[in-house]
Ligand binder design. Structure first.
Ligand SMILES: O=P([O-])([O-])O[C@@H]1[C@H](O)[C@H](O)[C@@H](O)[C@H](O)[C@H]1O
Ligand SMILES: [Mg+2]
Length: 283
């Protein structure tokens, strides 16, 4: 039987590379929106332009109407964020917008593709490092053309763990985030890190540079492509309460193993975050 999604996968890699080139050459990093006072969630004209380029190219190639699109900037403008059985592209045009604005050198384009609510492939282009991470369900994970694998460290004391502060600045959430970080650091672990892009963080887990990444408050477009890449590199994905990973739940632990994931989960102080799909249904 012919491979139904090979063409889409190859096309996604091509589009991610073009989008990354656009980001690299974008001189301007004008901040267009800064939402609510307790949130620091930056959006630039580049985010909007690059999302248009990506979705425009995908629609031109695969025909409007046959595929659905969930894009960070389109959702911000009120479009639906609901995963149906239809072939659906899940896109973060610029993951690491705060990095981009400040010239901190980690920025990624993240493109995932799901069918029947199952992720088929993910492509993450770390465009300043010029590294193309990609994976297809059942076919392994790669950085450029080299296979990648999670680390085999099972001793938490020998691990590096990534987390992020996210975008919410309410005292209650920031306190829980820092308390969790302190608990994990004092297990003790070798170190805590954060690249400022969830997509890149997941690639660091997939390539064995760190043992785990967790965050509450991320969105489906931050992690959809990374979820395929981590899994195909031999890693695991769980909810922060130890239950099954749910793409729309805005919370996730990904790790090289169940052992490391469950050890971190013991330390995570969970706080509420509205689901991506529920938030949109209310509009
Ligand atoms: O806004 P954006 O730069 O696309 O995405 C953000 C980054 O992935 C960041 O690492 C994570 O901590 C935030 O939760 C995300 O919102
Ligand atoms: Mg993002």
């Amino acid at each position: 039987m012919s491979d139904p999604w090979q063409k889409a996968y190859d096309f996604a890699v091509e589009v991610a590379r073009k989008a990354g080139a656009e980001i690299r050459k974008a001189g301007e990093s004008e901040i267009r929106v800064m939402t609510k006072s307790s949130t620091v969630d930056l959006v630039t004209k580049t985010d909007e332009r690059v999302e248009k380029i990506i979705i425009g190219a995908l629609k031109a190639e695969f025909g409007e109407g046959t595929h659905d699109f969930i894009g960070e900037e389109s959702v911000a403008k009120g479009e639906a964020c609901i995963l149906t059985d239809k072939p659906t592209w899940i896109i973060d045009p610029v993951d690491g917008t705060t990095n981009f604005v400040h010239g901190f050198p980690f920025v990624a384009v993240s493109i995932a593709f799901a069918v029947n609510k199952e992720l088929e492939f993910g492509v993450i282009y770390s465009c300043l490092e010029d590294k193309m991470y990609k994976a297809r369900k059942g076919k392994g994970a790669f950085c450029d053309d080299d296979p990648i694998q999670v680390s085999d460290v099972k001793d938490i004391h020998k691990s590096i763990i990534i987390s992020e502060h996210g975008t919410d600045r309410s005292k209650e959430k920031v306190t829980k985030i820092f308390s969790t970080m302190q608990r994990i650091l004092c297990i003790p672990v070798h170190g805590l890190r954060g690249s400022g892009t969830a997509a890149t963080n997941m690639c660091l887990v997939a390539s064995g540079a760190v043992e785990a990444f967790f965050e509450i408050g991320i969105h489906c477009w931050d992690i959809a492509a990374g979820a395929v890449i981590v899994k195909e590199a031999g890693g695991v994905l769980l909810d922060v309460d130890g239950g099954p990973f749910d793409l729309m739940s805005r919370r996730m632990v990904c790790a090289n193993s169940d052992v490391i994931a469950n050890r971190i989960i013991k330390e995570i102080e969970i706080f509420p975050s509205e689901r991506d799909d529920i938030a949109i249904k209310k509009k």
